[in-house]
Design a protein around this ligand. Structure first.
Ligand code: COA
Length: 260
């Protein structure tokens, strides 16, 4: 029901190389299949040890100088496909950030739906400090933080606090490190009270509507709600509310909580 993914290269602060990228991509495709069978409802992504993720593996990237241009392009495309595979998972993805989320690590936070961070965690789009740039993660990061913060943070490469990350929309909840697991558990519970197909439809609707003028978005939104109202889940949810009982998908949890 709840899928926990832990990046597990703490000796390099969970930096990812081509092997990790391949593993994460096939994991995401596998989650997609299991979600379609109703076996996964929520994903939690975290990092082992002191840090969430230090981004792309600098040792690996430094070796790519020996690659041909075609090999470098193939590698970068694979990284882009990994972020896209996670970004478009049809289930909610929660990021659990302790320590630091830098470079591609901040990109990984950007493809999560909800990010809970420890109050002493550091974030940064640090690539320009290394003479490179936050290219592959930019579509995902921009969608979260917008152009203004991107111009400040992509161009300085400066590290910033969890509080600032929340201010720009990269993070949603900031708590003391000792309360991080509770914050994640709260969100897991919250998602489990939401109808899985409705959640998938809502998640898919956001990028679809965001990229369009209203005249194009309006018929898409009307079709989406019309379809959900008559769906099995829609009917069950509306009936359950009127009958004052939990809907069947919520495993006995009544949705009465208001989120801050
Ligand atoms: N790629 C490869 N190795 C990395 C790495 C990365 N992105 N980030 C950290 N490491 C390695 C370090 O080289 C070090 O290896 P060593 O033990 O062989 O010396 C080990 O992880 C621990 O790093 P260290 O800096 O000693 O740990 P720390 O806990 O004091 O600080 C970070 C951790 C993540 C804050 C710091 O390592 C850092 O700033 N890393 C660069 C992150 C970055 O800019 N990423 C963007 C890449 S595009």
């Amino acid at each position: 029901m709840v899928e926990y993914l832990t990046l597990n290269r703490p000796e390099v602060r969970n930096a990812f190389n081509q092997h990790v990228i391949a593993e994460l991509t096939s994991w995401a495709w596998n989650v997609r299949e299991r979600a379609a069978r109703g076996e996964v409802r929520v994903v939690v992504i975290g990092g082992a040890g002191k840090m969430f993720c230090a981004g792309a593996d600098v040792t690996w990237m430094s070796k790519t100088v020996q690659y041909t241009e075609a090999e470098n392009l193939r590698d970068a495309a694979a990284m882009s496909a990994m972020f896209a595979a996670i970004d478009t998972l049809p289930v909610p993805v929660i990021g659990r950030v302790q320590g630091a989320a830098l470079g591609g690590g901040a990109g990984l936070a950007a493809v999560c739906d909800v990010v809970a961070a420890a109050e002493d965690a550091l974030f940064g789009f640090t690539e320009v400090k290394l003479g490179i740039l936050p290219a592959v993660i930019s579509p995902f990061a921009l969608a979260k933080i917008g152009r203004s913060a991107a111009r400040q943070l992509f161009l300085t490469g400066a590290r910033f606090s969890a509080a600032r990350a929340r201010e720009i929309g990269l993070v949603h909840v900031v708590v003391p490190a000792t309360e991080l697991d509770d914050a994640v558990a709260d969100y897991v519970q919250e998602f489990l009270t939401a109808a899985p197909e409705a959640v998938a439809a809502a998640k898919a609707l956001i990028p679809n509507v965001w990229a369009r003028p209203f005249s194009e978005a309006a018929p898409i939104t009307a079709a989406a709600i019309a379809q959900r109202r008559v769906s099995h889940e829609g009917q069950e949810g509306l009936r359950a509310f009127l009958e004052k009982r939990p809907p069947r998908w919520s495993a006995g949890v009544l949705d009465t909580k208001d989120k801050k």
